[in-house]
Ligand binder design. Structure first.
Ligand SMILES: *Cc1c(COP(=O)(O)O)cnc(C)c1O
Length: 384
């Protein structure tokens, strides 16, 4: 019987490049050393290039949600009115966080699987008191890419309103230039396109957002952006640095800059197109009406039990993909295009998807699975 190597094709956490694994295995060094300080300064400078901003990018030792929380506490005061676009699980999270901190939240609910209509945002912004618009760039739970630039265009001329973007599965996988798109707060996390383990949250604030910081009265301590920035200016972090993650991040950022900042974005796009080509052959439908290059959501065919499909992929084919969350439980399968994914991984995953479906008694011929892997491989071969 064929041996299936372990493959992790989730929209975070992701597979790590061999170089990252070896950096993470090195002897520990102290963070208050000139050696580490040099790397930290370089990493912070390189992050600005990746965010396409002249502003400082701050790192928190936290998951991505920590960076989302940092955005809230650094910019607002209790009772401030904000608009949260809710099109899936992560939109709900930001709404809950804002409510938890006592902000007055208007939710713009979008049917799951759809991108928000910028005209709906325009309508909601007729309310002059809205001080922040919160949106995911990619709503990972539904594999939807939102029209961030179009939304930001409506916010940029309102001095009283910030545009806050959860770019946790967008930075490194889809273009999101912070300054030229007039984004005020951009947050990201290490375990997605950055190809690292979980543990670093990133946040950048525009000049406008820093003026909000000066007014913001929500309590903060660990996530205080200014305190972090002041430490960074001295080549230090506010609290103990995540040394191994920062050293590994340095390798990733240097590689991205050397290869060209769009290389990682193009790879995600290629992987998404490659899976799409295979899905066409297998007769599988995408769930998202505005597909993101970070993750593909596959509609589970009606005759298949979604959780059985996922279990079979895991137990027999050694492949981890994600199911749906909340209202999409059992209805979709989410395959990630982030992290270190080789062509063999991608083709192996397509083959496993086809074989597992056949086993779940879907009418699929072996020849069709061969054609699906060939279609996926052909897209990968076109890449350069
Ligand atoms: C993964 C993810 C998060 C949350 O990340 P944690 O690291 O689990 O806190 C938030 N938003 C989006 C869009 C994500 O994909």
């Amino acid at each position: 019987m064929k041996e299936w190597p372990y493959r992790l094709l989730a929209p975070g956490p992701v597979q790590l490049p061999p170089e990252v694994k070896s950096i993470l295995a090195r002897d520990m060094i102290h963070h208050r050393t000139p050696e580490f300080s040099r790397v930290l300064v370089k990493v912070l400078a390189n992050l600005k290039k990746v965010f396409a901003t002249t502003q400082d990018v701050i790192m928190h030792a936290s998951t991505g949600s920590g960076a989302m929380e940092s955005a809230v506490v650094n910019c607002f005061s209790p009772g401030d009115e904000v608009l949260v676009i809710v099109s899936g699980k992560f939109g709900s999270r930001w709404a809950e966080m804002c409510e938890g901190y006592g902000l007055k939240v208007s939710k713009l609910e979008v049917p799951w699987g759809h991108a928000v209509d910028p005209r709906a945002v325009e309508k909601a912004l007729k309310n002059p008191n809205i001080m922040g618009v919160f949106c995911q760039a990619c709503e990972t739970s539904t594999a939807v890419l939102h029209p961030i630039k179009e939304i930001a265009d409506q916010v940029k001329d309102r001095p009283q309103t910030l545009m806050l973007v959860d770019a946790i599965t967008a930075i490194g996988s889809t273009p999101l230039p912070m300054d030229s798109w007039h984004l005020d707060v951009v947050v990201a996390g290490s375990q997605k396109a950055f190809m690292l383990p979980t543990g670093l949250g990133f946040i950048a604030l525009s000049q406008k957002a820093w003026t909000f910081y000066e007014q913001a009265k929500l309590p903060k301590f660990y996530f205080d952006a200014k305190a972090e920035l002041q430490a960074n200016r001295k080549g230090d972090t506010h609290f103990s640095s995540t040394v191994p993650l920062t050293l590994a991040l340095d390798w990733v950022l240097e590689k991205w800059i050397k290869d060209g900042l769009d290389t990682s974005i193009r790879r995600c796009e290629t992987l998404a197109r490659s899976l799409g080509a295979a899905m066409d052959v297998l007769g599988l439908q995408p769930f998202s009406k505005a597909p993101s290059p970070s993750v593909t959501a596959i509609v589970v065919p009606p005759e298949v039990d979604g959780s059985r499909w996922r279990d079979l992929l895991e137990s027999k084919y050694n492949l981890t993909v994600m199911g749906g969350q909340d209202q999409l439980k059992g209805k979709i399968l989410r395959v990630g295009h982030l992290g270190y994914i080789t062509d063999e991984d991608q083709i192996g995953a397509v083959e496993a998807l086809g074989l597992s479906l056949k086993e779940l008694s879907i009418q699929i011929a072996l020849k069709q699975i061969e054609r699906a892997t060939a279609a996926a491989a052909q897209v990968l071969a076109e890449k350069s």
